[in-house]
Ligand binder design. Sequence first.
Ligand code: PA5
Length: 443
Amino acid sequence: MNMLKLDIAASGVALTDETKARTQAANALLHSGEGAGNDFLGWVHLPSSIDEEQLAAIEAAAAKLRAKADLIVCIGIGGSYLGAKAVLEAMSDPFKLLRKEQSAPTVVFAGQNISEDYIYELLDASKEHSLAAIVISKSGTTTEPAIAFRLIKAELEKRYGKQEAAERIVAVTDKARGALKTLATNEGYPTFVIPDDVGGRFSVLTPVGLLPLAAAGVDIRSLVRGAQEMETATAAEVPFDENPSAIYAAVRNELYARGKKIEILGSYEPRLQYVNEWWKQLYGESEGKEGKGIFPASVTLTADLHSMGQYIQEGERTLFETIVSVARSAHEVRIEADADNLDGLNFMAGKRISEVNRMAELGVRLAHVDGGVPNIRIELPTIDARSVGALLYFFEKACGISGYLLGVNPFDQPGVEAYKKNMFALLDKPGYEKESEAIKARL
Ligand code: PA5
C-alpha cells in the first residue's frame, strides 16, 4: 500500500526541468555526503540500517521499565523530546487517562521547560505511581533536562534507594562525551547511544525516539518499517516525479522564491498536533539561518479556523499551507437524525463525521486557494505507526533537500547557543564572570 500521497495541484507551481534537475542534484548530494554538514548525514540511511539486535535491545530495556513502573518520565528537550512526543500523541487515545483499565504505563515528558509548577506538579502526581525514567541528551549538558533529571533522580533514589533507582533509569546520550554519559557510567545506568552523525532533530528513529515509544507500548517495528519504505521511495536514483520528498522540497522552495515566506502545516486530526511541533523544529532549525528560510507555523483544524482562519484567508499574502490529510478514520461515528432538528443538522443525518471533516478540508482548501494561499496536500492512508514512520522520514528527506536548495547547511544550529550564554551569565555560572558583568549592566 502507498504510505503517503502528495498532491501539489493546488500549489500553483509548475516545476521546470531546471528546478527538477537542481532538486535531484540536492538529493544526490545528501547521498554522496559531499554537501554542507556532511558529518550529520547518519539519518539518511538510518531506517534501513537499524538491525534486529538494536530493536531487540530497545524493546528489552523498554519491557524492563514497563515491568517496574506505571509512570515513566521521559526527560529531554528539542530533538531529544519532540520526535517521541509527536509519535506518542499520534498513536495515543487522547482519552486514555479516563479509561478505568490502563493497558500500558503512562509516559510523560519533563525537561522540555524550566517551569517550577510543571516539575512540582509532575513530582507530586508521580507519588501515586511506581516510577521510572528515561533521560535523553545528546550533548549531555543541556540545562533544562539536567535540572529535571536531577529532581527525578533524587525522587527515585529517595523512594527506592540508589541501587534500585539505577535499575529504573535508562540514559540515551553520546557514546563517550558529556556530563550525562559520565553520570550514567558512574551510576551504572543502562545506556543507549545517539550516533555521532545524527543531529537532534533527525534522531527520532534512534533510541532517542524509539526507547520512549517502545516504553509506551508503540509498535516501533512498524514505525521503522514505514520509514524504511519512505527511504526507498526517496532514494537518489528515484526519478524526480516519483520522489515525494523531492517534489515537496522543490515546490516549497519555489513558493519561497515567489514571496511565500511562511509555511503553515495543518491537519484535521488533533492527534497530529505534535507532528506539527516536531516539523517546526525540523524545518526551523534546519533552514532558518543566514537571514533566510521559510518560517514554519502550524494549525490544528478545524479548531484554528476559528482563531487563525481570518488571517489565513485575508491577512498578508506571504503564506502557503501544507495539509496532512488522513484518508481513513480508525473508528466510525455517524450523525444521527433528530426529530426536532432545532440545530438544522438533519441534512447531515447518516453521514460519517469523517465525511464532514473531509468536506470541511475541501471547502477550506478551495477558499484558501481563492484567497491567495497555495496548498500542498499530503495524504496518509490512516494514522498508524507505519504511516507515521513514513511521514517522519518523508519530512526529514525533504528537509535535507530543501536546505541544500536554499543554500544553507541544514544540519547545524549555531543560533540556539545565543540564549544559553545570556542565561548562564544571568545565573552567575562560574566561568561567565565577564559576561555576567556585561549583561547585568544592561538591565
Ligand atoms: O536539534 C537539536 O540539535 C537540538 O534541538 C537539540 O536536540 C536540543 O538542544 C537538545 O540537545 P541535547 O540532546 O544535547 O540535550
